[in-house]
Design a protein around this ligand. Structure first.
Ligand SMILES: CC(C)(COP(=O)(O)OP(=O)(O)OC[C@H]1O[C@@H](n2cnc3c(N)ncnc32)[C@H](O)[C@@H]1OP(=O)(O)O)[C@@H](O)C(=O)NCCC(=O)NCCS
Length: 212
């Protein structure tokens, strides 16, 4: 995985062993691309459904990690950055050339507090897993918040209380390798009361922070 730097807010090249990728926060107008909204919603939901098996009660009829409406809102408010495949210099050209399937990774960026950026919805498609896309997304997020005047970046981990969850154990180690430090545990239902009834069992939220 190369450590290629970010060009002042422009798309960042992501060098991986097998494919050329770029990451950027797209213009709000991409929210009007219905195929893109559907593609993002589908792969993000798939990534979380597979990695959070046992955490959510998938039999609950209302279970939906992300809806197309929510994806559209995040794109309109410029909170959803993504990674695309290929060497097109910007997302508009990439979408023109390759269509929505060129988008292979995502991250939601928003301000938890005035100078604390929050990173969530970190996901990639199965086709690029394990090739450094996740690490590139995290680096992009940190650079983004730093450029915007952030002093720290935070990320949350859902921690089931019944037994260690293998994917969450891996993520915990990964976040700490990236320099995130656990700073507190929170009750899930207090933070996300609307989602708590959809959990299969009790969960806490582990919050990590990394100074910028
Ligand atoms: C999280 C996610 C985006 C990571 O994407 P990725 O492109 O596969 O990640 P990377 O290739 O950059 O690898 C991330 C780290 O995991 C390690 N890793 C990759 N594959 C691994 C495997 N099979 N087993 C153990 N560790 C592995 C890598 O070494 C890397 O660690 P490093 O940065 O210290 O070298 C992806 O796994 C995903 O979509 N998960 C589902 C959604 C989710 O749980 N998101 C996180 C919560 S917001």
């Amino acid at each position: 995985m190369s450590d290629a730097g970010l060009a002042n807010g422009g798309p960042s090249p992501v060098s991986t062993a097998k494919v050329a990728l770029r990451v950027d926060l797209p213009a709000a107008s991409v929210a009007e691309n219905a195929g893109l909204v559907e593609h993002l919603t589908t792969f993000i939901n798939y990534a979380f459904t597979t990695s959070e098996q046992g955490i959510w009660d998938l039999d609950k009829p209302k279970f939906e990690r992300l809806t197309a409406d929510k994806t559209r809102d995040l794109l309109r408010s410029r909170e959803l950055a993504f990674v695309w495949r290929g060497d097109a210099p910007d997302i508009a050209s990439a979408l023109d050339k390759l269509g929505p399937p060129c988008v292979v990774g995502s991250v939601r960026l928003h301000w938890a507090e005035p100078q604390i950026g929050d990173v969530s919805l970190v996901a990639c498609t199965n086709s690029v897993r394990g090739q450094g896309v996740g690490r590139a997304i995290m680096r992009f997020a940190e650079e983004h918040f730093k450029r915007e005047g952030g002093k720290a970046v935070q990320i949350e981990l859902l921690v089931p209380q019944a037994a260690p969850h293998p994917e969450k154990v891996k993520l915990d180690a990964w976040y700490q390798r990236l320099g995130f430090v656990p700073i507190r545990m929170e009750e899930f239902h207090l933070r996300y009361p609307h989602l708590a009834p959809l959990l299969a069992g009790e969960c806490l939220l582990k919050v990590y922070e990394k100074p910028l």
